[in-house]
Design a protein around this ligand. Structure first.
Ligand code: GDP
Ligand code: MG
Length: 806
């Protein structure tokens, strides 16, 4: 807990002091050192400062300062003791226990990854934490912070994978998110992940982190590519110039990751050559084995100031002066960072400053200095700072980077491939070919394992039929659960194949090309090439796809993309397609599937155009698409993601689909045929009885009630029921169909109309919830549900009615 949370009379032991530079130094000088006991003398709500007793004297801290001191309270210590499983004897008396727990807690490190999109943050996160997060070779796959844990050299790491960002200004949601995270969560160590094959742009972000004056180290990732290129980088020199330890890593193979974590511990604990620390000597034994242990060079890692040139530096210093008149910490921002951000007209920092008593003085100074910069440099201060930062990076690289190879080999290859893949003509053809191949594989390759599973389910079903006595339980098992869950579980192989393709497209960098060639078309609809990535992701599942729209800076484009993603046929609809296409369109399986998906894309394009003209207001802004170099996706990573999806699918089978199957069965089983028959006094043969029973069941009644609405689409009550049930999850459409016993009465035309309806109608409830969350208003979820269902109905009716005429 934080020191500020302790009440009057309570006491705790200091675990660590967060915050940076000057503030940290001052507070440590006051005696707030780890392991020290603090007692609260007076902590009244609304009363600032708070009075503490520390080392037998009284000190007062402002509440904001106390928030940055982490302590362990007596209560926490006791809780912790009780939670320990292994019975190693713990100190009995309170004081020693507190110390013990404080020491243990101190061994927990909060570490976060910050870096440009596509530099390998998530890959490192996965290797380090043995996690299974999504990696992808295009910007903006990670839209949220991901948490992981690991134990290393006696330390417990909480690692956070933050979204990729090029800068720390307050323009895009990612930038704000990352900045807010660093400031509010005060991570113990920030790992700045840098793409070694693209240093100049990556180091720009590093200069901003340096401005923030936060404890950080650098993971120089993709070091393999740098090595291959033949270019030479003096990493020690770079480290000295930036004042940040630099550790070369290759996330793909895990090279350098241990050194990276090791260095994080060092930065957290301070240089190792402090005496009298048993802990540290122990670790230093380890260090001797590691080439990049900063032990030897720890002294050289002094925080540096990124030099912006004399004019800007003078302005920064002038602005820092009035800021410094206020007691630290100013919301955890370093004074220098705030001064620089003020020159850049950063809205958020202006708000922070606005709360200070001498805000006016500061703002006046800023505007004076901005005028001075304009005069001297003939440029506005925002541009001047960006230029200066790039200048600093270029200067640093000149000193430690030697270009030998003309271009990275991977870039040359990338250029060659791109000439074809992003060509005006061949680009589209290749894209369509890839899509076609994807669906062809989904079908043909999927067929074999599908048949095996199908056989297994059938065997199981007949086994149960034979072994169990007749009755309700048997009916439930065979007609309900086995028919329902078994009916969709057979599609697991197809879904895995589909996901393997998507994963491969993302990892290799091809997806970014698709976005690129679609950019022109997308612009015409008021969208952006980037919108195409969520759309393709929508082939897998709409939920992550809707979340992936966060990378679209422009609000209008983002909202429209969210609204049309549900038209992209998700993998949960695949089972229905396969059943129906398999039954009615045997000869053109892949073509049919391909056309359905294409119809989804075309519809989404049409709708986007309409929305951008009539529904969502605002201007859309242009944006540069970045094309990362191609990378051969590691088989392991593709396999892992595919399997991850497989697990999710199986889980859904065991929960949602199972429950739905049982509900559908109950609704189709009651009221019992017998009862109905007795009332009517009719005697009929077995087969007819069954159908009649189903029709008169609750489910049948529901279906019959909606039949008039769907009859123009060529659908009968069974289809109606499946469609309603599918609102919970789209797989249920297929499971309900197989429970209700197929669609023998359907004509091929009706089947086609049904397919189109299933393709286009409202997204499942979880997807609707996601839309409402991501768009910030539930009305957009309702809108999506309504427009998609209306669209589905209209298209389905058109196909059926026009088809009937021919
Ligand atoms: P993020 O956007 O920063 O999270 O980047 P990802 O972890 O998603 O990785 C982007 C791409 O770079 C993926 O295709 C990874 O397989 C690839 N990658 C990551 N680290 C390395 C590395 O050290 N060397 C090489 N050659 N490729 C890497
Ligand atoms: Mg990522």
């Amino acid at each position: 807990m934080r020191l500020s949370e302790l009440n009057t009379g309570e006491s705790g032991v200091i675990v660590k002091v967060h915050g940076h530079g000057g503030f940290r130094k001052r507070i440590v000088e006051m005696g707030f050192i780890r392991g020290t006991k603090v007692e609260v003398l007076l902590n009244a709500p609304l009363h600032d400062p708070v009075k503490y007793k520390l080392l037998d004297y009284e000190v007062s801290l402002r509440r904001a300062e106390a928030e940055l001191v982490e302590v362990v309270s007596v209560e926490e210590a006791k809780e912790w003791r009780d939670s320990q499983v292994d019975q190693t004897p713990l100190p009995a008396n309170e004081k020693d226990l507190l110390h013990h727990v404080a020491l243990e807690k101190r061994k927990t490190l909060n570490v976060c990854f910050v870096g440009n999109p596509n530099c390998g943050k998530t890959s490192i996160f996965n290797v380090a934490g043995h996690a299974d997060e999504r990696v992808g070779n295009y910007s903006g796959v990670t839209v949220d912070a991901k948490k992981g844990e690991l134990d290393f050299e006696g330390y417990h790491f909480n690692i956070i994978d933050l979204p990729g960002t090029y800068s720390l200004s307050a323009y895009t949601p990612e930038e704000l998110y990352v900045r807010k995270y660093i400031i509010e969560q005060t991570p113990d160590v920030i790992i700045n992940v840098v793409d070694a094959s693209n240093l100049e742009r990556n180091l720009y972000l590093t200069t901003q982190l340096i401005d923030m004056d936060v404890p950080m180290i650098m993971a120089l990732n993709m070091y393999d590519e740098l090595r291959e290129s033949g270019n030479h980088l003096d990493t020690q020199q770079l480290a000295t110039l930036l004042g940040v330890p630099v550790i070369p890593t290759v996330a793909k193979t895990g090279e350098g990751i241990n050194e990276l974590l090791h260095t994080a511990v060092h930065v957290y604990e301070g240089p190792c050559n402090i005496e009298n620390d048993e802990d540290r000597t122990m670790r230093c034994k380890n260090c001797q084995l590691l080439s990049h242990c900063p032990q030897a060079t720890a002294k050289s890692f002094k925080h540096i100031h990124v030099n912006h040139g004399s004019i800007l530096e003078a302005a920064i210093e002038k602005i820092e002066e009035p800021i410094r008149k206020n007691p630290e910490p100013h919301h955890n921002y370093s004074g220098r960072f705030m001064a620089i951000k003020l020159l850049e007209n950063d809205r958020q920092i202006r708000d922070v400053i606005g709360n200070l008593p001498n805000a006016e003085e500061i703002f006046a100074m800023v505007s004076d200095q901005q005028k001075m910069i304009q005069r001297e440099l003939d440029d506005n201060s925002e541009n001047a700072i960006t230029d200066a930062k790039y200048g600093f990076v270029q200067g640093a690289l000149k000193e430690c980077f030697e270009k030998v190879g003309k271009r990275m080999p991977s870039r040359i290859l990338t250029k060659k491939i791109d000439a074809v893949v992003t060509n005006k003509w061949s680009g589209y053809i290749i894209f369509l070919a890839v899509l076609y191949l994807m669906f062809w594989c989904t079908f043909s390759l999927g067929q074999y394992p599908m048949d095996w599973i199908d056989l297994g389910v059938e065997e199981l079903s007949s086994l149960v039929s034979r072994l169990m006595p007749d009755g309700m339980l048997k009916d439930l098992l065979v007609d309900g659960i086995l028919a329902g869950v078994g009916g969709v579980i057979v599609f697991l192989p197809n879904i895995l194949i589909l996901y393997a393709f998507i994963s491969w497209m993302e990892d290799s960098g091809y997806m970014a090309r698709v976005a690129f060639i679609m950019d022109r078309i997308m612009h015409k609809m008021g969208l952006h090439g980037k919108s195409f990535i969520p759309m393709i992701m929508g082939f897998g599942c709409g939920i992550p796809a809707i979340m992936a729209t966060r990378t679209i800076e422009d609000r209008k484009s983002r909202l429209i993309t969210m609204l049309i993603v549900p038209l992209m046929s998700c993998s949960a609809r695949l089972p229905v397609y396969i059943i129906i296409i398999g039954a009615f369109f045997q000869q053109y399986q892949a073509t049919m599937l391909f056309s359905l998906y294409l119809l989804g894309i075309v519809m989404s394009i049409v709708m986007a155009h309409l929305f951008s003209r009539f529904v969502v207001k605002g201007e859309s802004s242009p944006f540069v698409m970045e094309l990362p170099p191609y990378r051969l996706p590691s088989g392991k990573s593709v396999f892992r993601h595919t399997w991850e999806k497989g697990k999710q699918y199986l889980k859904k089978m065991g929960t949602t689909i199972l429950a739905a199957s049982v509900i559908i069965w109950v609704l189709s089983y009651f009221p019992r045929v017998q009862e109905v028959q007795e009332v009517q006094g009719v005697q009929e043969v077995q087969g007819v009885q069954e159908v009649q029973g189903m029709e008169q069941s609750y489910l049948g009644q529901i279906g019959k009630a909606i039949e008039p609405v769907i009859r123009p689409c060529g659908m009968a009550w069974k289809e109606g029921v499946s469609i309603i049930a599918g609102v919970g999850a789209k797989e249920i459409v297929a499971s309900t169909m197989s429970e209700l016993g197929g669609f023998d009465t359907m004509t091929p035309l009706a089947a086609l109309a049904f397919l189109i309806f299933v393709l286009l109608y409202m997204p499942c409830i979880p997807a609707c919830v996601t839309i409402s969350k991501e768009s910030g208003h539930w009305k957009w979820a309702v809108f999506t549900a309504l427009y998609t269902t209306t669209l589905a109905w209209i298209c389905s009716v058109l196909v059926y009615q026009i088809g009937s005429l021919i």
